[in-house]
Design a protein around this ligand. Structure first.
Ligand code: P6P
Length: 347
């Protein structure tokens, strides 16, 4: 019986599952467990707003701009405040970093610091809120690197390989929380009637036979030749795989989640359409790295087109990176074609 089968049919809450996983780490103090509890609570609080986004006054822009120069939707600000306020006083974190905040977020002086670091995108895909398209929260957890003081940028700029946990919350037809602490990927679905996340997808693994490729083909005229060749390869039957269907929601967590369940590849390559984004649109620290951690735990791979996302040493908090993520065979083909393209250009 597989690990997944051993859980089928059992009614297990996320709190109990996280605690059970902690028991396989005798040295664990429970701090990471409680941090994951807090993120599950944040998910419930944010979900209580997303399900009413179309009804409450919360729609529309808060009139502010975040560091990306994007209008901040009120739901973005609410998600940011919720995650911060659930974690600023617990003594579990040394420092936080968010897509919505330019610099690292220190723990207020009146509270003690702890051994972990939380990086997060509080509400990714927020431009989809008004169209009722699924949106998501992405998070990653590190142990702090610094040994004195209250946590610093150095603690946040760690390679993804150093993550101890990562996950996302998908606010869609149902609200799901999917996470890994390095012992496989596990999915929980919120039962709003009881306010509990229940284990619904234990030990998620990418299907060996991929179904979808996900990219914004509107940028095709601006792609490098290697990306053009890669997309054509994905569309055609080859000995390695059948021609794939295109599915693209334009909301990273939703696109990632569908491909995790069905098999496939999501890519947001560098394009030369927007000079502001020569290295792709997605951020390394709080989008690419947590999802790369998850996809490797699920048997897949994530690359910037040349090397593993998890091996990249971040230089800036909001740095962008090209992202190819999904079945390993599909992502390695991207690396091969981009390398061939570079070799051709260099010749
Ligand atoms: P495009 C949403 O704004 C986001 O950050 C991700 O969720 C999504 O994958 C990407 O941008 C979509 O970008 O350029 O295709 O609209």
């Amino acid at each position: 019986m597989t690990d997944a089968q051993s859980y089928m049919g059992k009614l297990i809450t996320i709190d109990r599952y996280i605690l059970e996983q902690q028991q396989s780490h005798p040295e664990a103090t429970g701090t990471l467990t409680n941090l994951l509890y807090d993120l599950a609570l944040a998910a419930k609080i944010i979900a209580s707003k997303t399900t009413r986004a179309g009804l409450a006054e919360i729609l529309g822009s808060a009139g502010e701009e975040n560091v990306q120069g994007e209008e901040v939707q009120k739901l973005d600000a609410f998600a940011q405040r919720t995650i911060f306020r659930l974690n600023d006083h617990t003594g579990r974190l040394a420092v936080m970093a968010s897509e919505e905040v330019e610099d690292v977020i220190p723990i207020p002086e009146r509270f003690s610091v702890g051994p972990y670091v939380l990086v997060f995108d509080p509400l990714d895909g927020s431009s989809n809120i008004d169209m009722n398209v699924s949106i998501g929260t992405v998070f990653g957890i590190y142990r702090r690197k610094t040994t004195t003081g209250r946590g610093a940028l150095e603690d946040v700029l760690q390679p993804g390989r150093a993550l101890v946990a990562a996950g996302y919350i998908l606010y869609g037809a149902s609200t799901m929380m999917v996470y890994s602490t390095g012992q496989g990927v596990h999915g929980f679905t919120l039962d709003p009637a009881i306010g509990e996340f229940l284990l619904s997808h234990p030990h998620l693994m990418l299907p060996a036979k991929p179904k979808y490729y996900s990219v914004n083909q509107g940028y095709q005229p601006y792609w490098a030749p290697g990306v053009q060749a890669y997309t054509a390869w994905l569309q055609h039957d080859t000995p390695e795989k059948p021609g794939l269907s295109l599915r693209y929601i334009g909301s990273l967590v939703a696109d990632f989640h569908r491909n995790l369940l069905a098999g496939g590849v999501f890519y947001y390559p560098a394009d030369h359409k927007d000079p502001q984004k020569p290295g792709g649109k997605l951020r390394l620290v709080y989008e690419a790295n947590p999802l790369a951690f998850l996809i490797e735990q699920a048997g897949g791979y994530a690359s910037d087109g040349a090397r593993a996302i998890l091996d990249i040493q971040p230089e800036q908090l909001h740095q962008r990176v090209p992202l190819f993520i999904g079945n390993r065979i599909l992502v390695e083909q991207a690396e091969m074609l981009l390398h061939q393209q570079d070799a051709t250009v260099a010749a």
